[in-house]
Write a protein that binds this ligand. Structure first.
Ligand SMILES: Nc1ncnc2c1ncn2[C@@H]1O[C@H](COP(=O)(O)OP(=O)(O)OP(=O)(O)O)[C@@H](O)[C@H]1O
Ligand SMILES: [Mg+2]
Length: 300
């Protein structure tokens, strides 16, 4: 037998997926992935435990600025856990232990001296169920900026000539316009926010988040409790926001992820990031058979 008859070794055959390709090769292919644009958040070897439960395993990914990154995967795979790590919301969960690194514009988020108030101003969060304060629409928006000292109001401020009613009015209008809610509420800014519809409340929460001028907006299934019309308003809004902000969104809705995101990260059971790539690639030609099976509804 001549040497030319020998089929060259094309890759490791250690762990083969159902598609026949090596799992190692699959991993190598997508871990090379670098999204276009400047990196806003860089996650390196992130691990999370709740007590003994290892909820997130060795997750590394770079999230680019001014784009939408979707996180998808079955229930319990760690999407919310991952999202909460980005602005250290997991610090509030007593049993949670986080290891690894998250950098925002090159600065370590897990630095023991990090200013958490400032961090959560720069990385805002919108939750699954809208959670406006039981206050007026105006106060929902101005609460954050006032807390951060961007608006000075009250007796002392007035005494010292710093009553900033105009600044507040401008800020409220800007945030509500950005969240595509202004036209629906501008004639009732002093009404209680709890009187708004669910979809309006969710846009108010987005406006509240925008009012403090964040860099990054984290959204955990922001439209899952809304009807199709309210959902499509949120989707349009997310696409609009990505022109200026970095949006990271968890969704169970595949069509939604495919429609609105630029990159998609697929987590699967066990808290592993299985694949991360351009959304088109993930939905049309994923490297991993498990991802394809999940996306086409064969499991999950
Ligand atoms: N506060 C907590 N205390 C203990 N375990 C938790 C806590 N939060 C999440 N977990 C566990 O961590 C794992 C990941 O949960 P997580 O909520 O991040 O999943 P998820 O992907 O967001 O799921 P879903 O799609 O249902 O929202 C699960 O096993 C869950 O039970
Ligand atoms: Mg979740």
């Amino acid at each position: 037998m001549s040497e030319t008859d020998v089929t060259p070794e094309t890759g490791s055959t250690a762990t083969t997926t159902t598609a026949g390709e090596s799992d190692e090769r699959v991993r190598e292919a997508w871990t090379e992935y670098r999204a276009a644009g400047q990196t806003k958040l860089s996650v390196d070897d992130l691990n999370v435990w709740y007590g003994d439960d290892h909820a997130l395993k060795d997750v590394s990914m770079d999230i680019p600025a001014e784009s939408v990154t979707a996180l998808i995967g079955p229930s319990g795979c760690g999407k919310s856990t991952f999202l909460r790590c980005l602005n250290r919301m997991n610090d509030r969960i007593k049993t949670a232990r986080v290891e690894g690194s998250v950098e925002l514009d090159g600065t370590e988020v897990y630095d023991p001296n990090a200013n958490l108030v400032e961090l959560r101003k720069r990385i805002g969060m919108v939750f699954q169920s809208p959670n406006p304060f039981p206050k007026s629409i105006r106060e929902n928006i101005s609460y954050g900026p006032r807390k951060h000292g961007d608006i000075n109001k009250g007796l002392l401020a007035r005494l010292f000539g710093r009553d900033d009613t105009e600044a507040e009015a401008e800020l409220v209008e800007r945030a509500l316009k950005q969240a595509a809610l202004w036209d629906e509420v501008n004639d009732r800014l002093d009404d209680n926010a709890l009187g708004l519809s669910g979809g309006q409340q969710q846009r108010l929460c987005i406006a509240r988040c925008l009012a403090v001028d964040p860099d990054v907006i984290l959204m955990d299934e922001p439209a899952s409790a809304l009807d199709p019309i309210a959902t499509s308003k949120i989707e349009d809004l997310v696409e609009e926001l990505a022109k200026e902000y970095t949006v990271v969104i968890v969704t169970h809705n595949m069509q939604q992820a495919a429609r609105i995101s630029d990159q998609t990260a697929v987590f699967l059971t066990g808290g592993e990031l299985i694949e991360y790539d351009d959304t088109e690639k993930i939905f049309e030609n994923p490297e991993s058979q498990r991802v394809e099976d999940y996306i086409t509804g064969k499991f999950g």
